[in-house]
Design a protein around this ligand. Structure first.
Ligand SMILES: NC(=O)c1ccc[n+]([C@@H]2O[C@H](COP(=O)([O-])OP(=O)(O)OC[C@H]3O[C@@H](n4cnc5c(N)ncnc54)[C@H](OP(=O)(O)O)[C@@H]3O)[C@@H](O)[C@H]2O)c1
Length: 327
């Protein structure tokens, strides 16, 4: 008798959950038609996610407008993509460059309008404990990671409204939780907020806005040599009193922790992120948020819902600690 009741309870829970998953899977499979008539503008295509996404969407038949920060980036893409793909130079921190890119895109897409913009360009240095940094360190990263996203979006929004298209913002799971100091999380929290308000504002116009929140993936942003060099440079520039606050061993233990953390968490399968970006651009019913990466799904997002007293304790215990003198 008890086992029949248990079975019934299981069915009451399991069946609706299974039906919801099957319905979601079915709904999310549909893709938009006429990819060959749809223009997608991507920022930061020199390397990493932007570079792989540009080639992937090109292979799927979209008309990709890949913006690069460097000439080398443009040359590499031209060699490895179809004739449909166009490259342009773009520095997202320079409004003149953003304006020029938008004017070029308007001339290319004409009456068809722009189907999607993927705000992908970003940087991860300078990063370090907050009291090691200056306001200029914050401004330099925020101008790429946040103002760049806003400027590029505003520059092409009228073209996207014409197609009832998409804005895809690449934030980070560190736009949901801040386990370390410096401007990176600040900038990505800003992207999340911009994304959410834009999604509400654009809904009446039929424009969909999606946010990508990856965990740790193997790209230049998580290049250990680059991030460690940045920490050493910051340390070298610190006034002696701040060095004394942290103690002699702090730099070495920070670099060791960084090495082991990046080794444990960094995923080299960039396609996990690219398929989320592709879905956001090409699905008839895109999601509002994508969190690719096992660390995003199983570690950082669950932690972001926990009480601050728990997450603070955890981060203080696991982050490198200043060598405070015994009282
Ligand atoms: N990798 C991760 O674990 C991870 C996790 C979460 C979120 N993200 C985000 O994903 C996005 C892509 O990063 P990624 O991991 O693919 O690293 P990446 O390979 O360094 O890609 C970033 C791209 O942005 C470009 N860029 C830098 N400054 C620019 C500027 N002022 N104007 C225009 N383009 C500029 C870079 O050009 P150069 O190569 O020429 O400098 C590069 O092509 C970033 O927004 C990053 O914050 C990455």
């Amino acid at each position: 008798m008890i086992s029949i009741i248990r079975l019934k309870m299981f069915m009451y829970v399991f069946v609706p959950v299974a039906v919801c998953f099957i319905y979601r899977w079915y709904k999310e499979r549909k893709r938009v038609p006429n990819k060959g008539n749809k223009y997608v503008y991507i920022t930061g295509c020199d390397s990493g996610f932007g570079n792989v996404l540009a080639k992937h969407l090109d292979q799927l038949g979209f008309c990709v407008i890949a913006s690069c920060y460097t000439e080398n980036g443009e040359d590499e893409l031209k060699k490895n993509a179809s004739g449909r793909l166009t490259t342009i130079h773009l520095d997202v921190t320079d409004s003149e460059s953003v304006r020029k890119a938008a004017a070029f895109i308007k001339s290319v897409v004409g009456e068809k309008g722009l189907w999607a913009v993927v705000n992908n360009a970003g940087v991860s240095v300078p990063s370090g404990p907050t009291d090691w940094l200056t306001i200029d360190d914050f401004k330099s990263m925020i101008s790429v990671n946040l103002y760049g996203v806003i400027d590029v979006t505003l520059s092409v929004l009228p073209l996207i409204k014409m197609t009832k298209g998409r804005v895809v913002n690449v934030a980070s799971v560190f736009g949901r939780i801040s386990p370390f100091g410096g401007p990176y999380c600040v900038s990505k929290y800003g992207v999340e907020s911009f994304n959410d308000s834009l999604r509400l504002n654009m809904a009446p116009f039929g424009v969909k806005v999606a946010c990508i929140e990856p965990g740790f993936f193997k790209t230049n942003v998580t290049d250990t040599a680059l991030v460690k060099d940045n920490i050493r440079n910051l340390w070298d520039k610190l006034p002696q009193d701040i060095k004394d606050d942290y103690g002699k061993g702090f730099l070495a233990s920070s670099l060791d922790k960084l090495d082991s953390r990046f080794r444990q968490l960094t995923d080299s399968d960039l396609m996990k992120v690219i398929s989320c970006m592709e879905h956001a651009v090409s699905a008839v019913h895109p999601r509002t948020r994508y969190s690719p990466g096992w660390d995003a799904k199983l570690l950082w997002l669950p932690l972001s819902y926990m009480p601050t007293c728990i997450t603070d304790r955890l981060f203080i215990l696991t982050n490198p600690r200043p060598e405070l003198p015994a009282l």
